[in-house]
Design a protein around this ligand. Structure first.
Ligand SMILES: Nc1ncnc2c1ncn2[C@@H]1O[C@H](COP(=O)(O)OP(=O)(O)OP(=O)(O)O)[C@@H](O)[C@H]1O
Ligand SMILES: O=P(O)(O)OC[C@H]1O[C@](O)(CO)[C@@H](O)[C@@H]1O
Ligand SMILES: [Mg+2]
Length: 507
């Protein structure tokens, strides 16, 4: 027997209802409570279901949480020749996905998320659906594929013909025209980089956006974007719920930096890592063709260095990888200059990969700090690639007797403007279809994504509460250090402090 639990602001779990409606029926998702506070997380308590042996389901909202007596319909997929032959095509209502899969004999079962996929009954009639798609934030390979697959998924699986493209990000809801998206219109777009809808930063005006949704009669909103976009989606959902509208809000996480928590990986990341290989190869060729050659490649990664880390691990030609999570220093014993000198003496060349967000604290020490932000409020970073190139050149020309040849390749935008590769295309298709199935089934206020290989519906608050970062005391970073032989730039004291911080975080 499962029970609904609400976690209060002070973190105390309170069991307030209990029934087996979920197993039997399709309309029981009560217990989603509003406390009338100021912010989203205060206003809307997480929907948590507890079960035996420490099982916890962090469930997503459902339209029936705040609209009573919604009619349901047979899922049209039942009659679709492609899907009707699948033995168990519909997801069992009780299916959930475990967040943690490495467990001990006596571990509690832990946190789970609702499994994504088609449900036997849906909450929208096909001809009732008016969907819209919006893309926000920076570009990422695969945006067009997700757009294509939402349109085609709605059309081919659910006979939905009315899909609007919102042009130019969130502000497009109230300041731009829309595009009508049909399978024919989107047929070839996955072969192109960027987003056919355009994107923007800033311009999130919740009231105007929800007014526009209401005025246009939209009842399914598909929102593609990174952490900022998902925060925006969470407040749109909250306003829709406050107005009592039958509108499903589905987020699809887009981040080339792979900085969204909970999910295994974000789409476009693999493509970006693959694209980075070409530049690393070029840097390696340049470096090996000249005496004391240094190839320096700058990659994206504002706060999270995953692209740099994976590109380094994949290449095996990289001698040093610098990421935002791992502070480094230039001068003195154990510093970068010393390591470069050692490497050049040993090999005659070296390749350095640097993420854009690495060493920002060093830059602000040496350059006068310009505290600028983009339209969304993200800090504008200074160009660490140019800065570090100059510092290395200065060091070797002034303080060391070694003549070096440094070639700098700034790959920032090259890795995100390309179309997605084959595996990202398949990933984007699954994400889009999972989002469509979720919205049709009446789920709302969720982001879709793979958790331990299975697609799940994850409540917004879990996606936006923190950023996914490289943990430099994890095995993956150790693998990287072992592959490059670079110094960790950490003292034993730093390692202990970082471990304590992680333990506190995991508690
Ligand atoms: N806290 C927030 N509340 C409401 N809207 C937000 C919030 N943060 C960001 N947004 C809106 O979300 C959109 C995208 O945000 P942002 O520019 O930070 O990109 P992102 O989605 O994080 O993508 P990325 O950083 O990966 O490029 C912008 O229109 C911005 O106004
Ligand atoms: O120049 P823009 O479009 O603001 O985007 C740059 C930022 O976008 C990101 O790629 C995230 O999408 C960051 O890595 C980078 O700092
Ligand atoms: Mg962001």
């Amino acid at each position: 027997m499962e029970s609904m639990v609400s976690v209060s602001n002070d973190g105390v779990a309170e069991i307030f209802a209990s029934d087996d409606q979920e197993k039997a029926g399709l309309n029981p998702r009560s217990g989603f409570i509003s406390t009338g506070g100021a912010g989203l997380l205060n206003d809307l308590q997480p929907k948590i279901v507890s079960g035996d042996f420490g099982y916890i389901l962090e469930d997503v909202p459902h339209l029936s949480d705040y609209i009573p007596d919604l009619p349901t319909y047979t899922n049209p997929l039942q009659y679709n020749p492609a899907y009707s032959v699948v033995k168990q095509y519909f997801v069992d209502h009780d299916d959930t996905v475990a967040q943690k899969i490495v467990v001990h004999k006596n571990s509690p079962r832990g946190i789970h998320f609702r499994r994504a996929g088609p449900r036997q009954r849906v909450y929208f009639k096909s001809d009732e659906v008016r969907a819209c798609i919006v893309t926000c934030g920076g570009l990422c390979p695969g945006l067009n594929t997700v757009i294509r697959e939402i349109v085609c998924g709605l059309h081919h699986m659910y006979d939905v013909t009315r899909v609007l493209g919102i042009v130019g990000g969130y502000r497009g809801f109230y300041s731009k025209n829309t595009i009508s998206l049909t399978p024919k219109f989107v047929n070839d777009i996955h072969k192109r980089g960027g987003t056919i809808l355009g994107t923007s930063r800033g311009g999130h005006d919740t009231k105007k956006i929800v007014d526009s949704i209401q005025d246009r009669g939209i009842n399914q909103v598909y929102i593609l974007g990174g952490d900022g976009t998902q925060k925006g989606a969470a407040v749109i959902f909250e306003e829709i719920r406050r107005r009592g509208l039958k509108v499903a809000v589905a987020g699809i996480p887009k981040t080339i930096d792979n900085d969204i928590p909970v999910i295994d990986k974000s789409f476009g990341f693999d493509t970006a890592v693959e694209e980075a290989q070409r530049a690393i190869n070029a840097a390696h060729v340049e470096a090996t063709s000249i005496e004391n050659g240094i190839g320096l490649v700058k990659l994206m990664g504002r706060y999270s260095g995953f692209i740099a880390m994976y590109a380094t691990l994949a290449s095996r030609d990289v001698d040093c990888c610098l990421i935002p999570e791992s502070p480094f220093y230039l001068e003195g014993p154990g510093g970068l200059f010393e390591y470069i000198e050692k490497r050049l003496k040993e090999n005659g060349h070296m390749v350095i990969v640097i993420a854009e967000g690495a060493g920002q604290e060093l830059l602000s020490e040496s350059l006068s700090s310009i505290d600028q932000q983009d339209a969304s409020g993200n800090k504008l970073l200074q160009d660490v690639g140019l800065w570090i190139s100059q510092r290395i050149k200065d060091h070797f020309s002034k303080r060391s007797k070694m003549a070096i040849n440094l070639k700098y390749i700034d790959l920032m935008y090259m890795i995100r403007a390309v179309p997605s590769n084959a595996s990202d295309n398949v990933f984007c298709t699954l994400l889009a279809q999972s989002a469509v199935h979720g919205a049709m089934a009446g789920y709302t206020g969720f982001t879709v994504g793979p958790v331990n290989g299975r697609h799940a519906y994850i409540p917004f608050h879990r996606i936006i509460e923190k950023q996914h970062k490289v943990v430099i005391t994890d095995r993956m970073w150790a693998r990287l250090l072992a592959s490059t032989n670079q110094p960790s730039f950490l003292s034993i004291k730093d390692v202990e402090a970082s471990k304590t911080e992680i333990n506190l975080h995991n508690c």
